[in-house]
Design a protein around this ligand. Structure first.
Ligand SMILES: [Zn+2]
Length: 270
């Protein structure tokens, strides 16, 4: 792995995480590079090595990791420390079945989903400190996982007007030609006609459609940032399902709350 492990780092106070880059890899081999999934056939020792470097970089090497099965649905699970013992073990930590989004208020837990073209969405509320990560491919986008993620944050006590969101690296519209079934599945979503272009074939802007879904769910437009990186056309190397003809490793979206605030707040002069 190169020195620069990360394509995106999350900027929020007390929050660790981001999306790892693919790093050095053989362009002819869709699996080569800093894959973090045990489910794509890469040697487990190599996956563990990639994951370890990333965890050390985040200073979360001893944190429990919570993953999701990721079935292209819209279920978002709320996780707390008490759930850990009840969750099924997986090579990366614990896994929640039939789920594509994770939300927590528990410090010292690392939430982790995997991606290769699909859209990672990170959610944050400072008070009460609440975080989330969502996996939005076209099916999850059509099923409005972005809205479900916002609802799960609010059900946890967050206020929708205080939410912030970062839409991470994903396939761009230039790289994402789709068939009529995708167009039909998303036709009901807010702003979709503008986020699709038909020039011989439909091209769909998945990050933009999710941004519009977040806004429709009440998130302020100015509180949403979208990465300019494309998983397929770069410029930072990432895994791309389309770019690798379906034989691909996966990069990770990670988010967690540090157990203790860094530094001390300024003392009052009153
Ligand atoms: Zn692209």
């Amino acid at each position: 792995m190169p020195d620069d492990l990360w394509a995106l780092r999350l900027p929020w106070p007390r929050i660790v995480g981001g999306v790892n880059s693919r790093g050095e890899h053989d362009p002819q081999d869709g699996f080569s590079g800093a894959n973090i999934s045990y489910r794509v056939g890469q040697k487990p020792e190599l996956v563990a090595h990639h994951r370890h470097l990333l965890m050390v970089s985040l200073e979360t090497a001893d944190w429990p990791v919570v993953c999701a099965e990721q079935v292209h649905g819209n279920r978002v699970a709320m996780v707390d420390a008490g759930d850990l013992s009840t969750l099924q073990s997986c090579p990366a930590g614990r896994v929640i079945k039939q789920t594509d989004g994770l939300v927590t208020q528990t410090p010292g837990l690392l939430l982790n989903l995997v991606f290769a073209d699909c859209v990672p969405i990170f959610l944050y509320c400072s008070q009460p400190l609440t975080i989330g990560v969502l996996h939005a491919g076209w099916r999850g986008t059509a099923a409005q996982i972005a809205r479900r993620g916002v609802e799960a944050m609010v059900e946890s006590g967050a206020t929708v007007r205080d939410l912030q969101a970062i839409i991470g690296p994903a396939i761009c519209s230039d790289c994402y030609e789709v068939g009529p079934e995708v167009v039909e599945a998303m036709a009901h979503l807010p702003g979709v006609p503008e986020a699709m272009r038909k020039t011989g074939q439909y091209k769909v802007d998945l990050p933009e459609i999710n941004r519009l879904s977040l806004i429709a769910a009440g998130v302020r437009p100015e509180a949403i940032k979208t990465s300019s990186l494309c998983t397929r056309c770069g410029p930072i190397p990432l895994f791309s399902y389309r770019g690798s003809g379906g034989k691909t490793g996966l990069h990770g979206g990670f988010i967690g709350i540090q157990p203790h605030p860094q530094g001390t707040p300024p003392s009052s002069s009153c």
